[in-house]
Design a protein. Structure first.
Length: 91
């Protein structure tokens, strides 16, 4: 019989699951703004991915960018190979 605590995503002592474990998929309902709908459509057109894959990838990238911007260090962007580096700040 599976451990219900493990299946629920808690360690049993009230703490969050370990960071190195990958949780099972989760179905969510999402309300997008008009700009987000347009961005999702552009992303689908550019990549050929479906909406679910685009949203999954975007969330993973957003979490990594947020982590990098909060740790000691910074996130920089270069629009073209010849352009200057720009510091990116997320508010």
């Amino acid at each position: 019989m599976p451990n219900s605590r493990a299946a629920s995503g808690t360690s049993g002592d009230g703490t969050a699951p370990r960071a190195d474990t990958v949780p099972q998929g989760e179905r969510v309902t999402l309300n997008l703004t008009g700009k987000a709908v347009q961005a999702l459509q552009r992303l689908q057109d550019m990549t050929g991915y479906n909406k679910t894959d685009c949203i999954n990838r975007a969330l993973i990238i957003a979490a990594d960018v947020e982590r990098m911007s909060r740790e000691p260090g910074a996130v920089y962007w270069r629009e073209t190979p010849d352009s200057d580096l720009m510091l990116v700040r997320f508010v």
